[in-house]
Write a protein that binds this ligand. Structure first.
Ligand SMILES: Cc1cc2nc3c(=O)[nH]c(=O)nc-3n(C[C@H](O)[C@H](O)[C@H](O)COP(=O)(O)OP(=O)(O)OC[C@H]3O[C@@H](n4cnc5c(N)ncnc54)[C@H](O)[C@@H]3O)c2cc1C
Length: 380
């Protein structure tokens, strides 16, 4: 972690100062699930999301069996499966000469031997609707967090730009769940260790016919490129894995060239190549993979992609954001303990605060209690 020098406070007219116990920045899978878990535990939680809705094209739509099991334990899986989705249990890569089975989930001893593919926006709306049942949960959309509140080295909340001005949220604990380009991570002075695989992915939609016989999740290798197909409710999610930074070169070659490559790799869908009419139909995923060696500071935790952006291989991003055994379920178990300890600190007289200024701000074992300190030790 970089040495952090607190930024000088900027002058803003703050429209309102709000208070909560846990302020979560970022309403992606990591932030939304944690907000729900904490709300269920009776903790006042405020979820701040920069966008006005959860609509994102091609973002973490693959929910793996292990994540479904956790959602099942939370009593959510059956209702989640009522949302329109597809299920994929086998992944086969087809080369010009042979078919290579990569994964077959039908052998798994689980209630959910398949990858559930559903639009992330539906999933996030579902989680937020669940959380809304708890009066201690609050969601603020259109809240662009841009500053951390720091006192004596301890993070005490955030300031965000709302639709009509600046707001301040004072919190016992702040969680940065704001994704791979995390603003909170930057503000807190964390520097991730990058290990990005040298590739990018182009995603686009092609229409799907009931008569299509292609496997639900398939890959094709052709002329050094990997083409991916994911069966969605009423379309194919098509992907082309390219060399990192190769998009501009591809674009310069023209759309027709891309269509021809597609036709050669996936001749069964040749009749749909013409659906690709503009580059605007293509979403470019710049592949990032990194991790923070340490992902907490006094008063602050980072989770999900903000702490560890995953390679897209295997479509694990959303699953690590949600179901890594430490990141969510145990987090929900130990956070109340952490929070009560922070609250304890906050209620101490200033003298006591000063006398433990060096160590108290740190989440050191004597201060955070057994569960929480074991948890943090195991995670760093
Ligand atoms: C194009 C693309 C395709 C992907 N496909 C897959 C896939 O098929 N399968 C898979 O498992 N994973 C996939 N991933 C990865 C997956 O989306 C992420 O790993 C997962 O969403 C991480 O969840 P998260 O909650 O940590 O972060 P995110 O989902 O990134 O959520 C972060 C949230 O924080 C908000 N935010 C950011 N900055 C601020 C701020 N300053 N203030 C307030 N809010 C803020 C953002 O608007 C966002 O809603 C894909 C990613 C991309 C970009």
């Amino acid at each position: 972690m970089q040495q952090h020098t607190p930024a000088p406070a900027k002058e803003h007219t703050i429209k309102q100062v709000q208070q909560t116990t846990c302020c979560i920045v970022g309403g992606g899978p990591a932030g939304a699930v944690l907000a729900l878990l904490l709300a269920r535990k009776g903790i006042a939680v405020m979820l701040l999301e920069a966008h006005m809705d959860f609509e994102r094209e091609f973002r973490g739509d693959t929910v793996h069996p292990s994540t479904m099991e956790i959602l099942d334990q939370l009593g959510l899986a059956d209702r989640l499966l009522e949302i329109p989705h597809t299920e994929m249990s086998q992944f086969v890569i087809q080369t010009e000469h042979s078919a290579l089975p990569v994964a077959d989930l039908t052998h798994l001893h689980t209630k959910f031997p398949f990858v559930t593919v559903l639009a992330q926006a539906r999933f996030l709306n579902f989680l937020v609707e669940e959380a809304r049942q708890y009066p201690n949960f609050q969601l603020v959309l259109g809240a662009q967090v841009d500053e951390l509140i720091e006192e004596k080295g301890v993070i005490r909340g955030v300031r965000y730009r709302g639709q009509d001005g600046w707001y301040e949220v004072q919190a016992v604990l702040t969680i940065g769940a704001d994704g791979r380009f995390s603003r909170v991570r930057k503000l807190a002075g964390f520097e991730p260790i990058s290990s990005s695989p040298p590739m990018d992915i182009l995603w686009f939609r092609l229409s799907r016919k009931e008569s299509d016989t292609i496997n639900g999740l398939g890959g094709r290798v052709k002329d050094g490129h990997l083409f991916v197909l994911i069966k969605r409710t009423d379309y194919w999610q098509a992907g082309i894995i390219i060399r990192k930074g190769g998009y501009q070169e591809l674009r310069a070659q023209g759309l027709e060239q891309l269509r021809q490559r597609w036709i050669q790799a996936v001749p069964e869908l040749a009749d749909r190549a013409q659906e690709l009419q503009t580059w605007q139909q293509i979403a470019v995923l710049s592949v990032e993979s990194n991790r923070l060696p340490r992902w907490y500071r006094p008063g602050l935790l980072l989770i999900g992609d903000a702490a560890h952006a995953m390679s897209p291989v295997g479509g694990v991003g959303i699953n690590y954001a949600i179901s890594s055994k430490y990141r969510q379920k145990r987090l929900a178990e130990v956070l109340p303990e952490l929070i009560s300890l922070f609250e304890l600190r906050a209620s101490r007289p200033p003298d006591a605060e000063e006398s433990c200024a060096d160590g108290a701000g740190e989440l050191s074992p004597p201060l955070v209690g057994h569960n929480a300190s074991t948890f943090l030790d195991e995670c760093v």
